[in-house]
Design a protein around this ligand. Structure first.
Ligand SMILES: O=P(O)(O)O[C@@H]1C[C@H](O)[C@@H](CO)O1
Length: 298
């Protein structure tokens, strides 16, 4: 049943909606994930290395939206990586698909209710920082919630204290410890020369930026721009999950009217494919380490 009620920009999926979906999943799988991984455009194969996989199609899960974008398989995959129980979203949801932000972020709250402690988000984005190269992996250090400034915010509407407080702090949305662990893992895996850190900005899309918009984002302090992630991270932080964000730079955003290259989604998917294997290794390493760290600190 699709029982969510969204009026204007006020999201109000009821607690019962979240509980119903959570209970359905708990009844259909014996996995009890501690880490959730959201796979961005073209990155669904991050789930491939998991053992004892169990896959559900989004369309079969009550209340779940379905994926409508190429490069997003629309499957929820449970499995284990080096003994850590995980859940992977192969494909996530976007404002530009016509979903409300409570639909976009619904899986995060379900993961929380299932017992997940850490969220690892990946996405594809365009590089704005002139030093970035196509194929770089940017650790998200911070974000700019541009739709949020205009009231398109997943926490608009009545606050449900069972998830978190009315006015959450966002100054430490991306775990410092997890960011440090990625840098260490990158060194060990020999991929630190294309790991960067930076500020991700969300726009609603679906068009790629105009040159004037890209220049504005640069002035605002954005290092990369994409069309996802910020709502999920905001909701994750609100309900107390630890968050790590990795953004694959799939193209360079034009800041110059004389530049002839034109970005397109096929190129985004092609670069994701090219880097999927190394990202998979990095994500697998991070899954076991972030769980290890969580055990050590609690
Ligand atoms: O990983 P996401 O879904 O954020 O990927 C970006 C944004 C659009 O969905 C798409 C544009 O090519 O890639």
């Amino acid at each position: 049943s699709r029982t969510m009620h969204c009026k204007g920009n006020s999201c109000s999926c009821s607690f019962e909606d979240y509980k119903l979906t959570t209970q359905w999943l708990l009844n259909h799988t014996s996995h009890r994930p501690k880490v959730a991984v959201i796979c961005g455009s073209g990155l669904g194969l991050l789930a491939d290395g998991a053992a004892n996989k169990q896959t559900f199609r989004y369309q079969d899960i009550p209340n779940f939206p379905v994926s409508t974008v190429a490069g997003h398989e629309g499957c929820l995959v449970f499995g284990t990586i080096e003994g850590t129980s995980c859940v992977f979203m192969q494909g996530h949801f976007h404002l530009y698909e016509g979903y409300s932000l409570c639909q976009v972020t619904l899986p995060v709250r379900i993961f929380k209710l299932m017992g997940v402690e850490s969220l690892l988000v990946t996405n594809a984005s365009g590089g704005i920082c002139p030093d970035f190269k196509v194929g770089d992996i940017m650790i998200i250090k911070d974000h700019i919630n541009l739709p949020g400034f205009a009231g398109q915010h997943p926490l608009c509407g009545p606050n449900d204290e069972r998830f978190g407080i009315r006015f959450p702090c966002m100054s430490d949305a991306y775990s410092k410890d997890l960011r440090r662990l990625v840098l260490e893992a990158g060194l060990e895996l020999g991929c630190n020369d294309f790991i960067r850190e930076g500020v991700y900005c969300m726009v609603s899309g679906p068009n790629f930026e105009t040159i004037a918009e890209a220049r504005m984002l640069r002035i605002l302090g954005c290092d990369s721009v994409g069309m996802s992630t910020v709502p999920e991270v905001t909701v994750a932080k609100h309900c107390g999950l630890r968050v790590l964000g990795l953004s694959l730079i799939t193209n360079k955003v034009s800041l110059d009217y004389s530049r002839e290259e034109k970005v397109n989604h096929e190129e985004v998917l092609q670069i994701s494919k090219m880097r999927a294997e190394v990202l998979q290794k990095l994500v697998a390493t991070m899954i076991s380490r972030c769980q290890q760290q969580s055990i050590n600190t609690h």
